[in-house]
Design a binder for this molecule. Structure first.
Ligand SMILES: Cc1cc2nc3c(=O)[nH]c(=O)nc-3n(C[C@H](O)[C@H](O)[C@H](O)COP(=O)(O)OP(=O)(O)OC[C@H]3O[C@@H](n4cnc5c(N)ncnc54)[C@H](O)[C@@H]3O)c2cc1C
Length: 198
């Protein structure tokens, strides 16, 4: 996890004032914000340093704040800006949610009453469209889920102890997964095959 996260700000003066925190504010707060506009600290943090999984959770929390603040800079309001999902599985989408209009209606149902802007305004419509775009782009196909899982497994496996992998998995399956030519080369060169457990 990166220790600090910064983001570029092209903030209009009026909104810059809104995000600039008091000089007496704690450094950094629970959402990673600091007294410096646009500078967020993920780690180290007093709240989340004791365990790795808690630190990872803080990373996600701060990332959500960065996204929300970027949206607010773009005209969103807090209630709408902080609604964000990283991913949704395409396979779990039913017919209703295949229709973009259903998302527009859902945004209106959720935000129109409490929004600080007129639901008939251009700004409300623009934010609604952007929110719907974000929601729809969060869907990942089965192929993409598999590709990401494969990439993650490879990254993880690169850090594992090879002997431990050999001990943990079925030997035949392991040999099946290795290229035959590589096994032949190894046998020819070393006069023996890699030792694997059943
Ligand atoms: C002795 C000890 C034992 C622990 N045991 C456990 C345990 O058993 N289980 C558990 O879950 N957690 C344990 N923890 C806590 C765990 O290590 C942390 O929660 C976790 O490492 C936090 O992850 P992080 O990515 O936020 O920060 P870090 O792992 O500290 O990573 C921050 C990285 O940023 C780098 N960095 C810092 N400042 C800068 C800079 N200005 N520029 C560039 N790079 C910078 C640092 O060098 C470091 O590589 C232990 C911690 C300690 C000290």
């Amino acid at each position: 996890m990166e220790s600090t996260a910064t983001r570029r700000r092209s903030t209009p003066a009026s909104t810059a004032v809104r995000h600039t925190r008091s000089s007496t504010a704690k450094y950094a707060d629970a959402d990673g914000r600091t007294p410096v506009d646009g500078l967020y600290v993920v780690s180290p943090s007093e709240e989340a340093d004791t365990q790795a999984i808690v630190a990872a959770g803080r990373g996600a929390r701060v990332a959500r704040r960065v996204i929300a603040d970027a949206r607010i800079d773009d005209g969103w309001w807090e209630e709408a800006a902080r609604v964000f999902d990283w991913t949704r599985r395409e396979a779990e989408r039913d017919d209703r949610w295949a229709d973009r209009e259903a998302w527009v209606e859902a945004f209106e149902d959720r935000h129109a009453e409490a929004a600080p802007v007129d639901p008939d305004s251009e700004r409300f419509r623009r934010v609604s469209e952007a929110a719907v775009d974000d929601s729809l782009s969060s869907y990942v196909s089965r192929e993409e889920v598999e590709a990401r899982a494969e990439a993650a497994h490879e990254t993880l496996a690169a850090h594992l102890d090879v002997e431990a992998i050999v001990r943990a998995v079925d030997g035949t399956a392991l040999l099946d997964a290795v290229d035959d030519d590589l096994i032949r080369e190894h046998v020819d060169g070393e006069g023996t095959v890699p030792e694997v457990s059943d």
